[in-house]
Ligand binder design. Structure first.
Ligand SMILES: [Zn+2]
Length: 328
């Protein structure tokens, strides 16, 4: 199991490639706070801190954005029955800092009025839905409507909530069913603000490049950059939806794992430090896999360069877009 650590070459990489790019004040629009027990199963994160409180997050985020002042939008983990323990934890942590926001882990089976009551009582900014709440069948091909149910979208519309959605199906944004569902929800419920996680799940950027045009003109859709390590999807989002639609996110703790996600054929593969025999794969070079959060920042920098973004536009992606999105 890979060690949970910051290495000299991570520090050198940031200093050389990212220090002049990342603004001083940033807002992380996609990060998780948790106790390890909330995952409900052993994970690679068992090597990391427990609990991952807001204070711990702020210490840890220094690994990928050293010296920056960071606020954020946080949610729990463990998208299964019993998720309210995780919600309780995030609620307590986020209550400590008025510059931070929380999303409520929302099982699709929840009574809509109970959801409204929970979100109000806990002072949460929105909902975090996830396909693994679906039980009894594989959920990687689920329709959006199965794990973000329309009655919850209605509540989000009425309460002006943000909703973080990690869509699934093989081709993600390029799937007609996903496009139609997002357009339907956003048009019918304009008060709901939809955040498409992972650059509209553009781990294979071609999927987002191919499909994002279906959302052109919608004013209640944003995309976060979390854990995406290629630039193409970021460029397509800015090009097609506009600069104000892209928000930086670390996906902490995923940001602190080591490796990279790459497009291959019509899908994508995660390479982690300890899941690949790097010597056998790359005899010509010593491979030193970076923290995923650093890889993602480099991809965002590449997109910003190709799009010729100004410093103030980069600042928007790192903070202002998210703050405007969260206004109620
Ligand atoms: Zn996440």
């Amino acid at each position: 199991m890979a060690k949970w650590e910051l290495r000299d070459y991570d520090r050198e990489f940031f200093a050389k490639h990212l220090d002049s790019f990342v603004p001083r004040e940033i807002f992380d629009a996609h990060a998780h706070l948790y106790e390890l027990s909330h995952w409900g199963r052993p994970t690679a994160l068992d090597q990391g801190p427990d609990p991952a409180t807001l204070d711990v997050f702020r210490e840890q985020i220094e690994w990928i954005t050293p010296g920056r002042q960071t606020s954020g939008l946080f949610f729990g983990v463990g998208f299964h029955a019993g998720s309210d323990e995780s919600n309780d934890f995030v609620e307590r942590e986020v209550a400590k800092d008025k510059t931070c926001f929380a999303h409520y882990l929302t099982p699709p089976t929840m009574d809509p009025e109970a959801l409204r009551e929970q979100v109000r009582r806990r002072n949460m900014a929105g909902l975090k839905v996830y396909h693994s709440f679906i039980t009894g069948k594989p959920s990687w091909t689920a329709d959006i409507g199965e794990f973000l149910v329309e009655e919850h979208v209605r509540i989000a519309h009425e309460e002006r909530l943000t909703v973080t959605l990690h869509m699934v199906k093989d081709r993600a944004m390029a799937e007609t069913a996903n496009q139609e569902r997002i357009v339907h929800f956003c048009r019918k419920y304009p008060g709901m603000k939809l955040i498409l996680a992972h650059a509209a799940r553009g781990f294979n950027p071609y999927h987002t490049i191919e499909g994002i045009g279906a959302l052109k003109g919608l004013r209640n859709v944003w995309c976060d950059t979390s854990a995406v390590t290629e630039a193409g999807a970021f460029e397509a989002i800015v090009d097609t939806l506009g600069l104000d639609r892209l928000v930086w996110g670390s996906d902490y703790p995923v940001s602190h794992m080591r490796g990279r996600c790459v497009a291959i054929g019509d899908t994508f593969v995660w390479f982690y430090e300890d899941s690949v025999d790097w010597k056998a794969l790359a005899g010509h070079a010593k491979v030193e896999p970076l923290l995923i959060g650093l890889e993602s920042l480099r991809a965002l920098k590449l997109a910003a360069m190709r799009l010729r973004l100004t410093d103030s536009q980069v600042e928007s992606v790192f903070r202002d877009n998210a703050l405007r999105m969260l206004e109620r």
